[in-house]
Design a protein around this ligand. Sequence first.
Ligand code: NAP
Length: 237
Amino acid sequence: MMSDFQGKKAIVLGGTSGIGLATAKLLQQAGAEVIAASRRGHLDEECPGIRVDAVDVLDRDALGEFFIRHGPMDYLVNAATGGARATGPFLEMDLDGFQGSFAKLWGYTNSVRIGGHHMKAGGALVLVSGYPARKYGPGYIAISTVGNAVEGFVRGMAPELAPIRINAVSPGLIDTPMFPQQGPARQRFLEDGTRHHLVQRAGKAEEVARGILFLLENEFVTGTVLDVDGGALLANP
Ligand SMILES: NC(=O)c1ccc[n+]([C@@H]2O[C@H](COP(=O)([O-])OP(=O)(O)OC[C@H]3O[C@@H](n4cnc5c(N)ncnc54)[C@H](OP(=O)(O)O)[C@@H]3O)[C@@H](O)[C@H]2O)c1
């Protein structure tokens, strides 16, 4: 396992489930001191060695206290979904739902605005976009718009934060608890969703986490978006 993470402190927001949890586990295995946090503040599975705390990334006061409690840190990953995601045609959409989808963006911007003051020299941040940011499909306007905003935010922030680095990872469809379906319905959902990924299966949270570790440890990468998406952008339609 990589050793660049020995002696480093990493905070993973949204780190109790899915992509965030997989990232927290890989970082801990690579030797980092890891704090994983979410609103619930407990992990989906037993992970000795990972410290867990509760914070809502939309609560700026609580986030400020959180970073005072746990900073300074070398690495900050925010993989929190933030809240609900609206789907459906825009002209028929409940606009409150559409605006509610931006909770993810506000959670990310809060964490960079507040956590940015607690980064150690040489530190790095990673946010999570998603393939609909650059692949538009019917019903996904809210997710596409928010993903675009996350990617634009990363590009815009890289010069301001330098030499601290900031990047985004953009996953394809990943089999995580974000999707509540169970049993055969889940299987169908994942198969339908990945029909047009070049790699014809859903991704694993750990595959995205490996991309995140690359972005954290490679000191020559900033202001970029790494697609870990099974070729979703290149596939038709
Ligand atoms: N899975 C996919 O196919 C996919 C594809 C493209 C992009 N993404 C993106 O990848 C990221 C991670 O998704 P995932 O699939 O790993 O989802 P997940 O398994 O549902 O995990 C989401 C995590 O975010 C935390 N969270 C949600 N709202 C929060 C808030 N307001 N404050 C603090 N923590 C919060 C959740 O815990 P609590 O509920 O306890 O707060 C949980 O730990 C998201 O940005 C998602 O949009 C996912």
